[in-house]
Design a protein around this ligand. Structure first.
Ligand code: FEO
Length: 170
């Protein structure tokens, strides 16, 4: 059974995961407008990832005697300046989410909630991967600069991103 403080912190993180999904869907739409189908696909796959994160946490709250409380989701931006700027915004967002997950783990430690500490380990590992993936794309886009051929090759590579693995059955 999770405490009320833990429940509140998890519900706030559910909202952040929903916002992440919204943000990546908006980035996907932005890339569609710029005719960058690979980047559009990459952000769409990232949207799917965020829905999995949100659902995983939503289910956890309910399975541990808490109330899953769905809150209003902020509207994401519609303009990102350029495809490289969208990926830079994505990296900044993932760094924000990592900080948020770390703070959530701090609450679980304060509450002496061992089950939630174990649960959150998955998210800690996931954030390391998420940041590393986006960081690599940001660096490659920087190397490509204004080279149209290199950008198209990178876009083709982004188009190869596979869908996320479905969550493990409850
Ligand atoms: Fe759910 Fe991208 O962190």
């Amino acid at each position: 059974m999770i405490t009320k403080k833990m429940e509140k912190a998890l519900n706030e993180q559910i909202n952040k995961e929903f916002y992440s999904a919204y943000l990546y869907l908006a980035m996907s739409a932005y890339c569609n407008k710029l005719n960058m189908p690979g980047a559009e696909h990459w952000f769409r796959m990232q949207y799917d990832e965020e829905v999995i994160h949100m659902t995983k946490m939503f289910d956890y709250v309910m399975q541990h005697g808490g109330d899953a409380h769905l809150m209003q989701i902020d509207e994401p931006p519609r303009e990102f300046g350029s495809v490289p700027s969208a990926f830079e915004a994505s990296l900044a967002h993932e760094q924000f989410v990592t900080k948020s997950i770390n703070e959530l783990l701090d609450v679980a430690v304060e509450e002496r909630d061992h089950a939630t500490q174990v649960f959150l380990q998955w998210f800690i590992t996931e954030q390391v991967e998420e940041e590393a993936n986006v960081q690599e794309i940001v660096q490659r886009l920087k190397l490509a600069g204004d080279n149209g051929g290199a950008l198209i090759m990178l876009d083709d590579k982004l188009a190869q991103r596979l869908p996320p693995a479905p969550p493990v059955a409850k």
